[in-house]
Design a binder for this molecule. Structure first.
Ligand SMILES: [Zn+2]
Length: 176
Protein backbone atom coordinates (compact mmCIF):
# COMPACT_ATOMS: atom_id res chain seq x y z
CA UNK A 1 0.00 0.00 0.00
CA UNK A 2 1.48 3.34 -1.08
CA UNK A 3 1.67 6.01 1.60
CA UNK A 4 -0.40 9.11 1.06
CA UNK A 5 1.59 11.98 -0.36
CA UNK A 6 0.99 15.55 0.64
CA UNK A 7 1.49 16.66 -2.95
CA UNK A 8 -1.85 15.21 -4.03
CA UNK A 9 -4.26 17.68 -2.60
CA UNK A 10 -7.98 17.86 -3.29
CA UNK A 11 -8.99 15.91 -6.35
CA UNK A 12 -10.67 18.01 -9.00
CA UNK A 13 -14.40 17.78 -8.51
CA UNK A 14 -15.72 15.76 -11.38
CA UNK A 15 -18.13 12.94 -12.01
CA UNK A 16 -15.32 10.51 -12.68
CA UNK A 17 -13.77 9.39 -9.44
CA UNK A 18 -10.47 8.65 -11.17
CA UNK A 19 -9.48 11.67 -13.30
CA UNK A 20 -7.53 10.67 -16.38
CA UNK A 21 -4.36 12.64 -17.20
CA UNK A 22 -6.14 14.18 -20.19
CA UNK A 23 -9.00 15.43 -18.02
CA UNK A 24 -6.53 16.80 -15.49
CA UNK A 25 -4.75 18.69 -18.25
CA UNK A 26 -8.02 20.09 -19.53
CA UNK A 27 -9.01 21.20 -16.03
CA UNK A 28 -5.65 22.91 -15.62
CA UNK A 29 -6.03 24.67 -18.98
CA UNK A 30 -9.53 25.79 -18.06
CA UNK A 31 -8.33 27.13 -14.71
CA UNK A 32 -5.54 29.01 -16.47
CA UNK A 33 -7.91 30.61 -18.96
CA UNK A 34 -10.32 31.61 -16.19
CA UNK A 35 -7.40 33.27 -14.46
CA UNK A 36 -6.50 35.09 -17.67
CA UNK A 37 -10.05 36.36 -18.15
CA UNK A 38 -10.16 37.53 -14.56
CA UNK A 39 -6.91 39.43 -15.07
CA UNK A 40 -8.42 41.26 -18.01
CA UNK A 41 -11.73 42.15 -16.38
CA UNK A 42 -10.48 42.92 -12.89
CA UNK A 43 -6.95 44.09 -13.55
CA UNK A 44 -5.86 47.36 -15.03
CA UNK A 45 -5.19 46.47 -18.67
CA UNK A 46 -8.91 46.69 -19.55
CA UNK A 47 -9.08 50.38 -18.62
CA UNK A 48 -6.94 52.94 -20.37
CA UNK A 49 -5.04 55.56 -18.48
CA UNK A 50 -3.52 55.67 -15.05
CA UNK A 51 -5.56 55.58 -11.84
CA UNK A 52 -5.06 58.41 -9.39
CA UNK A 53 -2.80 57.76 -6.46
CA UNK A 54 -4.18 58.18 -2.98
CA UNK A 55 -2.16 61.36 -2.59
CA UNK A 56 -3.54 62.80 -5.81
CA UNK A 57 -7.10 62.08 -4.73
CA UNK A 58 -6.45 63.71 -1.35
CA UNK A 59 -5.02 66.75 -3.07
CA UNK A 60 -7.93 67.06 -5.49
CA UNK A 61 -10.45 66.57 -2.71
CA UNK A 62 -8.86 69.49 -0.91
CA UNK A 63 -9.00 71.64 -4.03
CA UNK A 64 -12.66 70.73 -4.52
CA UNK A 65 -13.45 71.46 -0.89
CA UNK A 66 -11.91 74.91 -1.13
CA UNK A 67 -13.70 75.56 -4.40
CA UNK A 68 -16.99 74.60 -2.78
CA UNK A 69 -16.37 77.05 0.08
CA UNK A 70 -15.47 79.81 -2.34
CA UNK A 71 -18.52 79.25 -4.56
CA UNK A 72 -20.88 79.08 -1.58
CA UNK A 73 -19.52 82.38 -0.27
CA UNK A 74 -19.92 83.90 -3.71
CA UNK A 75 -23.53 82.73 -3.94
CA UNK A 76 -24.29 84.07 -0.51
CA UNK A 77 -22.86 87.47 -1.44
CA UNK A 78 -24.97 87.50 -4.59
CA UNK A 79 -28.16 86.63 -2.75
CA UNK A 80 -27.55 89.49 -0.34
CA UNK A 81 -27.01 91.83 -3.23
CA UNK A 82 -29.92 90.90 -5.51
CA UNK A 83 -32.91 92.29 -3.51
CA UNK A 84 -31.35 95.75 -3.55
CA UNK A 85 -31.19 95.72 -7.32
CA UNK A 86 -34.79 94.59 -7.61
CA UNK A 87 -35.95 97.40 -5.36
CA UNK A 88 -34.15 99.88 -7.54
CA UNK A 89 -35.83 98.55 -10.68
CA UNK A 90 -39.24 98.93 -9.08
CA UNK A 91 -38.54 102.53 -8.20
CA UNK A 92 -37.36 103.39 -11.66
CA UNK A 93 -40.44 101.95 -13.31
CA UNK A 94 -42.60 104.04 -10.98
CA UNK A 95 -40.79 107.21 -12.09
CA UNK A 96 -41.83 106.86 -15.72
CA UNK A 97 -39.42 109.43 -17.16
CA UNK A 98 -37.74 108.78 -20.45
CA UNK A 99 -34.28 109.29 -19.13
CA UNK A 100 -35.04 106.79 -16.38
CA UNK A 101 -35.87 104.15 -18.98
CA UNK A 102 -32.24 103.91 -19.90
CA UNK A 103 -31.46 103.36 -16.26
CA UNK A 104 -34.16 100.72 -16.01
CA UNK A 105 -32.78 99.01 -19.08
CA UNK A 106 -29.26 99.03 -17.74
CA UNK A 107 -30.42 97.95 -14.29
CA UNK A 108 -32.46 95.14 -15.83
CA UNK A 109 -29.47 94.15 -17.86
CA UNK A 110 -27.30 94.20 -14.76
CA UNK A 111 -29.83 92.14 -12.91
CA UNK A 112 -30.11 89.61 -15.73
CA UNK A 113 -26.38 89.43 -15.85
CA UNK A 114 -26.21 88.77 -12.12
CA UNK A 115 -28.95 86.14 -12.34
CA UNK A 116 -27.05 84.43 -15.15
CA UNK A 117 -23.86 84.65 -13.13
CA UNK A 118 -25.59 83.26 -10.08
CA UNK A 119 -26.95 80.29 -11.97
CA UNK A 120 -23.56 79.60 -13.51
CA UNK A 121 -21.97 79.73 -10.05
CA UNK A 122 -24.71 77.39 -8.83
CA UNK A 123 -24.02 75.10 -11.78
CA UNK A 124 -20.31 74.89 -11.00
CA UNK A 125 -21.06 74.37 -7.32
CA UNK A 126 -23.29 71.41 -8.20
CA UNK A 127 -20.51 69.90 -10.30
CA UNK A 128 -18.02 70.40 -7.47
CA UNK A 129 -20.38 68.72 -5.01
CA UNK A 130 -20.97 65.81 -7.37
CA UNK A 131 -17.21 65.38 -7.75
CA UNK A 132 -16.85 65.24 -3.96
CA UNK A 133 -19.60 62.60 -3.87
CA UNK A 134 -17.75 60.55 -6.48
CA UNK A 135 -14.64 60.69 -4.29
CA UNK A 136 -16.67 59.28 -1.40
CA UNK A 137 -18.10 56.57 -3.63
CA UNK A 138 -14.69 55.74 -5.04
CA UNK A 139 -15.70 56.39 -8.63
CA UNK A 140 -13.85 59.68 -8.91
CA UNK A 141 -11.34 60.08 -11.71
CA UNK A 142 -13.13 57.76 -14.13
CA UNK A 143 -14.73 59.00 -17.31
CA UNK A 144 -18.52 58.77 -17.00
CA UNK A 145 -18.79 57.92 -20.65
CA UNK A 146 -16.05 55.39 -21.45
CA UNK A 147 -14.87 54.43 -17.96
CA UNK A 148 -11.23 55.17 -18.66
CA UNK A 149 -9.15 57.04 -16.14
CA UNK A 150 -9.12 60.80 -16.55
CA UNK A 151 -5.60 62.21 -16.66
CA UNK A 152 -4.40 63.72 -13.43
CA UNK A 153 -3.14 66.73 -15.42
CA UNK A 154 -6.70 67.34 -16.65
CA UNK A 155 -8.18 66.96 -13.17
CA UNK A 156 -5.66 69.41 -11.79
CA UNK A 157 -6.99 72.03 -14.16
CA UNK A 158 -10.64 70.95 -13.87
CA UNK A 159 -11.06 68.83 -10.73
CA UNK A 160 -14.76 68.30 -11.36
CA UNK A 161 -14.28 67.01 -14.90
CA UNK A 162 -16.58 64.06 -15.61
CA UNK A 163 -15.21 63.09 -19.00
CA UNK A 164 -11.78 62.14 -20.26
CA UNK A 165 -10.29 64.51 -22.80
CA UNK A 166 -11.17 62.22 -25.71
CA UNK A 167 -14.85 61.97 -24.77
CA UNK A 168 -14.98 65.69 -24.04
CA UNK A 169 -13.66 66.48 -27.50
CA UNK A 170 -16.10 64.03 -29.02
CA UNK A 171 -18.98 65.63 -27.13
CA UNK A 172 -17.94 69.10 -28.27
CA UNK A 173 -17.71 67.94 -31.85
CA UNK A 174 -21.21 66.45 -31.83
CA UNK A 175 -22.66 69.48 -30.03
CA UNK A 176 -21.53 71.77 -32.83
ZN1 LIG B 1 -13.97 58.92 -21.87
Amino acid sequence: MAPKTVKHRAKPASRSSRPTPRLAARTARKAASVKAVRAVTVGRPAVKGKPLSRREVTELRQVLGQERQRLMAELEAMEEHTPEVEEQVGMDIGGGYDEDLADVASTTFEREKSVALESSVQHVLTQVEEALERIEEGTYGRCLRCGNFIDYARLKVLPYATLCIRCKELEEKTAR
